[in-house]
Design a protein around this ligand. Sequence first.
Ligand code: AMP
Length: 283
Amino acid sequence: MKVIASIQDMTRFSQTLRIQNQTIAFVPTMGFLHDGHLTLMKEGKKRADHLVVSIFVNPAQFGPTEDFSTYPRALAQDLEQCRQVGASAVFTPSEAQMYPSGFETYVGLEKLPFHLCGLSRPAFFRGVATVVTKLFNIVRPHYALFGEKDFQQLAVIQRLVRDLNFDIDIVGVPIVREPDGLAMSSRNKYLSPDQRPCALLLHQCLETIEKMVRQGETDAGKLQDQAEKILASVPDMRVDYVSICDPETLEPVPVIAGKVLCAMAVWLGKTRLIDNRVMGPRT
Ligand code: AMP
């Protein structure tokens, strides 16, 4: 497995594979890898001749008061995991290479970022769309895999690829959970032993809401109230949003007639947690 730090070397590596008619699957990450990331990587291996993983904590997607400097990092351990999965290369660019002085071009979407997480993290999707565009141009993959855990991010990337004519197949991978249901996340490391059981509430809340929808509840307002009531049962938890929305446009849906996305974000102490599920009435 090659560990590639320079942009030029990364592009050269991909070009060599492409000339040999070899296909490339790409998994962009911010490192501190867990089974969620590994599932994306294994899925990528199934689809293409070569797997390329990037590890880059992207400063452009963090707000000024967010956890960029404390975001967990464990490069040696991450590289070992990539090796075990059978990645052909891991791209580990520096911040100075990705955003050299004078950098001023950002990629922004008009509508999708102004829902869900974008409301409380205004710079986030601009940062994500920009870094993913750059990584796509550098790595030049045939496939790129993203987790449904970050549902809005996946929607943004799918839109971006269609709108800007990237010739890349975007593959969404279902959420990987801990045995008790908590969605895996690098940020789970921040949770104290006391907070860890409370974090389960998101998953439990999604289960309850899905059950209500399957039993015929169509009033999104009622579902939202119920979800907020469940999440409010932990004093240390603050709801950022609960949304019942269209899975493609992310626009709120007042009355449930078909498939909807139920997405939520909470603060548990200083840790922000997200979870979601696509659900619909029993057919
Ligand atoms: P991150 O390192 O958090 O930026 O995540 C890199 C990729 O892994 C993104 O496409 C995430 O959606 C995906 N991912 C993170 N956690 C999970 C999970 N629990 N299940 C599935 N995909 C995940």
